[in-house]
Design a binder for this molecule. Structure first.
Ligand SMILES: [Zn+2]
Ligand SMILES: [Zn+2]
Length: 350
């Protein structure tokens, strides 16, 4: 059974997942290299649905195949879940140690039936279907009162932690809010308390005025390189209109997001030669009541603003970064934005 433990010195939660246990020799595999590429054994191929656990949901194709199952996006439970729905929620601790049982969910979103069709190659409409699967799972998992947060993310390429090469994204529903999100929520709330404005709306307005860190801008979204980018070509995608919750995003917004996401991934490919990358969706948590703090979430709808963060994995974390919490980024965000602006998303790879 997995559990979450809180480190009182580092102020962070860790998920201990003994079901994913590895013995020391199993860590000795090469740390780089490509994930399982073999289409003949891939459990996510069309017609091989029996190789995974029963699906949680599917989104059918707009033109159904003449025979066989009809799906374009398919959501299945992870075979080696770090967290499980079936587990009881318990919170306890002793001395300064806190633990929470590993209740939650761990799901895999198969983004399409084709093994080699990366998100950057997909039709705009099919990327939108992936995004609507994210939205549907978010809405559904929120109904479980034990779930405090649903983190949706994507690992692309073995160096970014991908285990499968078939295009997929992942979801972890957790009984505590992840620390990265807590930091953002607190910063956003503090800004709102002082200024009565959303910090993200302020950021978008300011960066659009300056322009130097904007990589792509469309009617409804901006892709920008954050002022203090921790990694080369770290990029945030933000909707221009305020909204705290991805679960409330409209179909039009998902279409706009699909467009800019595809554009950005294609520019990464051209400029950085198909880099491994991580993508994460930051949206509002489930605003569950906090004992003694009845007003705790009262400004959430006004102060938080959902967005996506993407980091191409171009550098490795070393001792200094690990030990200090500093990042050393060799590419200033203004330069990264300039390169991305100049790149033709339909161009040849460099
Ligand atoms: Zn496959
Ligand atoms: Zn906002």
């Amino acid at each position: 059974m997995s559990e979450l433990r809180f480190d009182p010195l580092k102020k962070r939660w860790v998920i201990l997942a003994p079901e994913r246990r590895r013995r020391p020799h199993e860590f000795l595999v090469p740390q780089s290299g490509t994930p399982e590429q073999d289409i003949t054994t891939c459990p996510f191929e069309y017609g091989r649905e029996a190789l995974t656990d029963p699906e949680i949901m599917i989104i059918p194709r707009d033109t159904p195949p003449s025979s066989g199952p009809n799906w374009q996006v398919r959501v299945v439970p992870s075979r080696f879940p770090a967290l499980r729905v079936e587990q009881e929620l318990s919170r306890d601790g002793s001395w300064i140690y806190d633990r929470v049982s590993g209740v939650g969910a761990h799901e895999l979103i198969v983004e399409g039936p084709e093994h080699c069709l990366e998100m950057a190659d997909m039709r705009h409409e099919d990327i939108q279907l992936v995004l609507s699967a994210w939205r549907a799972r978010l809405r559904d998992l929120r109904r479980d009162v034990r779930v405090r947060y649903v983190l949706i993310f994507k690992n692309h390429g073995a160096e970014a932690g991908a285990v499968f090469s078939h295009p997929h994204s992942l979801l972890l529903a957790t009984p505590v809010i992840p620390p990265e999100v807590v930091n953002e929520l607190q910063a956003a709330r503090e800004h709102f308390e002082r200024k009565e404005r959303c910090v993200f709306c302020d950021l978008v307005k300011h960066e659009r005025q300056l322009g130097e860190r904007i990589a792509i801008e469309t009617d409804s979204f901006v892709a920008l390189e954050p002022y203090a980018s921790a990694h080369p070509f770290e990029t945030w995608l933000l909707p221009k209109s305020h909204g705290h919750d991805f679960a409330s995003a409209t179909d039009d917004q998902l279409a706009g997001l699909a467009g800019i996401l595809r554009d950005l991934l294609r520019r990464f490919r051209v400029l950085l030669n198909e880099p491994p990358y991580n993508l994460v969706l930051h949206t509002a948590p489930t605003p569950q009541p906090r004992p003694g703090h009845p007003q705790y979430w009262s400004t959430l709808e006004l102060d938080f603003h959902w967005h996506i963060e993407i980091v191409p994995r171009l550098t490795r974390v070393a001792g200094f970064e690990w030990g200090s919490g500093f990042s050393i980024n060799p590419t200033p965000p203004e330069e990264a934005a300039r390169y991305l602006r100049k790149t033709d998303p339909e161009g040849e790879r460099t």
